[in-house]
Design a protein around this ligand. Structure first.
Ligand SMILES: Cc1cc2nc3c(=O)[nH]c(=O)nc-3n(C[C@H](O)[C@H](O)[C@H](O)COP(=O)(O)OP(=O)(O)OC[C@H]3O[C@@H](n4cnc5c(N)ncnc54)[C@H](O)[C@@H]3O)c2cc1C
Length: 589
């Protein structure tokens, strides 16, 4: 797919029979692609976007890292960005998705093994990201800005290969939930902070690093986990950290080769959270049966499976009946990553589109110089910048969660960002693909993979409506949530009259919705999506107004806050400085 310094061409002549060519195949090794083929010269085709620093070419990310106290990780992130933009790693990403994981239920002798075979490229991706702490940075290095630094790494990883980000994310996210059960955290946290990766199925204690998964969703209910039928019975004593026997299934269980999982099952006092290891402490395998792998739209490199538990050993995390509040500690962090991941998809899509259009001409001009294309590209870039600003600000709130206001902010903005940014990604990926014409539709470009990835973050970890209802719940019932939004919006007050007006309206609307829910007024739920959209736009607007250049402020505020943006990208008002926005998005060209 990706062209490096040296190329191998297989030229098959068999289709030219009758035109003077023999049936033969020859392999040519050369340093540069051959631009003269048999019938024509190859020209007006962009160069591949490889061997560049994904981090340093991203002004919004570089600035955001500094602003949110992540500068100490600058070098690590820059090195990682260089690797993620390298032809070699981009090739791994392609291979990991082209040669998808295969379930090996039995060995050749008929013994049940329940292993997943991945292409070596997937393991390389996992190894590189684990080495850089994508699965553990804030827990391994407890430093201010560490969640922001990790979010920046994740933002880069997701652009190159999204599938392996799922196990990275679940592993990072498990720690706060695990800490609710100190006896279990004492065993697992020292393993979690290791930066090694070992893809083999063997006891966690023998590995240079571990990976965690999560199992909540069952056939009869995913959003409504209270419908779970999987049961847990204590082996001897009931209570936190005690072993139980678990029987039942999980309909979705991504990364089944993980070393351990947090899962939900019904115990005597109700839905409870359990830590299920793949190996037991005596070194024998736990009962963990992988029934089949899901045949998915995208996220192909990541093995998502259906699993069964039969007398599987799991250790209770937290109290019986407190399964949801326990596992939600994990889910909050994976929701942050969903927003980061979708912002990242938009960033990569923007980059690909701008790069393509800066080298491709039509009707006598580069595409990037065509006025209408400038509008589309600038609009995509503005959306991507606003998403990046919001996820970095959100990641900061994970760092400074000690203040009550930040905790309230984190609570509400995790949900709002997850809803909005994840919902914006598919349309964005599609529009970026269209900028590349037919070239964007073929697998060799990264666009089909981005496009297939783009709806996923909105579905898992709470689908759109569920997240919307969660926002309503938080607004109505949780202290300080509306005030935390208001405080954030106030920081941008006074610099743009259009923003001020929009922010005031959103706060008024929030207060009205809060009153309506408390009064149990009918129909409030129906207004949820519009409310959440407006909250997200106000938050993004506040960050754009404070931290983006005038061109981006003008474009964002006029299109998203002052007027109806319309149904498609490319609808910025004609006076916007589009070329400046586009250049900022892709300074490589
Ligand atoms: C690739 C992939 C990997 C996954 N990996 C995992 C994993 O590792 N572990 C895991 O536990 N799960 C995993 N999931 C499952 C995922 O989290 C669920 O699919 C998701 O939570 C939705 O649950 P569901 O599929 O049962 O849909 P449902 O709960 O049936 O929801 C269907 C629709 O109804 C909406 N809805 C639900 N309730 C309401 C309501 N009250 N009002 C209005 N609308 C409502 C939802 O928003 C959704 O749009 C994975 C999913 C995918 C696609």
């Amino acid at each position: 797919m990706l062209i490096g310094a040296s190329l191998l061409y297989d030229l098959s002549f068999s289709h030219l029979n009758g035109y003077g060519a023999e049936n033969s195949t020859m392999t040519i090794c050369q340093d540069e692609p051959k631009t003269t083929v048999f019938t024509h010269e190859v020209f007006n085709q962009p160069t591949p976007l490889v061997d560049f620093n994904l981090f340093l070419s991203d002004i919004v990310l570089v600035d955001g890292l500094k602003r949110h106290r992540g500068s100490w990780a600058y070098e690590r992130i820059s090195d990682y960005g260089q690797r993620m933009g390298s032809a070699e790693v981009l090739e791994w990403a392609d291979q990991a998705n082209r040669y998808t994981p295969v379930l090996k239920t039995f060995d050749r002798f008929g013994n049940r093994i329940d292993e997943v075979d991945f292409h070596p490229a997937f393991h390389k991706m996992m190894g590189l990201s684990a080495e850089n702490g994508l699965h553990n940075l804030p827990w391994a290095q407890q430093q201010e800005g560490s969640h922001v630094a990790r979010a920046a790494l994740m933002y880069l990883a997701y652009q190159t290969e999204a599938g392996h980000c799922c196990p990275m994310s679940m592993t990072y996210s498990v720690v706060p939930a695990l800490r609710l059960q100190p006896e279990l955290a004492k065993i697992w946290e020292p393993r979690l902070v290791l930066n090694g990766y070992d893809g083999k199925l063997k006891p966690a204690g023998e590995k240079s690093g571990v990976i965690f998964g999560m199992g909540m969703t069952e056939k009869q209910g995913g959003s409504d986990v209270r419908a779970n039928t999987t049961r847990a019975v204590p082996i001897s004593q009931r209570g936190p950290a005690q072993p139980y026997r678990i029987t039942g299934h999980k309909w979705f269980c991504s990364a089944p080769m993980s070393d351990a999982f947090l899962i939900l099952a019904q115990a005597q006092d109700g839905l409870s959270c359990f830590l299920v290891p793949r190996f037991l402490e005596d070194g024998t395998k736990n009962n963990f049966f992988i029934q089949r792998l899901k045949d998915k739209l995208g996220n192909k490199s990541n093995a998502s499976s259906e699993v069964e538990f039969r007398d599987t050993i799991g250790y209770l995390v937290g109290n019986e009946g407190r399964g949801v509040p326990t596992i939600i500690e994990m889910v909050n962090h994976t929701r942050l990553d969903c927003a980061v991941g979708s912002a990242s998809v938009m960033r990569q899509a923007t980059l690909q589109a701008v790069h393509h259009c800066s080298q491709r001409s039509a009707f006598g001009k580069k595409l990037i110089e065509q006025e209408l294309m400038q509008n589309v590209l600038a609009d995509l870039a503005v959306e991507s910048e606003a998403a990046a600003l919001l996820v970095l600000r959100l990641a900061e709130s994970y760092d400074t969660a000690s203040s009550n206001e930040e905790q309230a902010f984190r609570r509400i903005v995790s949900a709002v960002s997850k809803f909005w940014i994840c919902k914006r990604a598919p349309q964005h990926a599609y529009e970026a693909m269209e900028c590349m014409g037919g070239a964007g539709y073929v697998e060799e470009s990264v666009m089909p993979r981005l496009f297939r990835e783009s709806p996923l973050n909105s579905i898992w970890e709470g689908s759109g409506n569920v997240i919307g209802l969660d926002v309503l719940r938080a607004v109505a019932k949780e202290e300080g949530v509306v005030e935390s939004i208001q405080a954030e919006l106030n920081k941008a007050g006074g610099s743009d009259i259009r923003f001020d007006k929009y922010a005031d309206e959103v706060i008024t609307q929030l207060q009205a919705v809060k009153r309506a829910i408390l009064n149990k007024d009918l129909g409030v739920e129906r207004t949820t999506r519009r409310l959440v959209e407006r909250m997200a736009l106000a938050l993004q607007g506040s960050l754009v107004v404070r931290f983006s250049p005038d061109s981006v402020v003008d474009a964002f505020v006029s299109s998203r806050l002052d007027h109806d943006h319309g149904m498609n990208y490319g609808t910025l008002h004609p006076g916007v400085n589009m070329s400046e926005i586009v250049e900022r998005a892709c300074p490589l060209n």
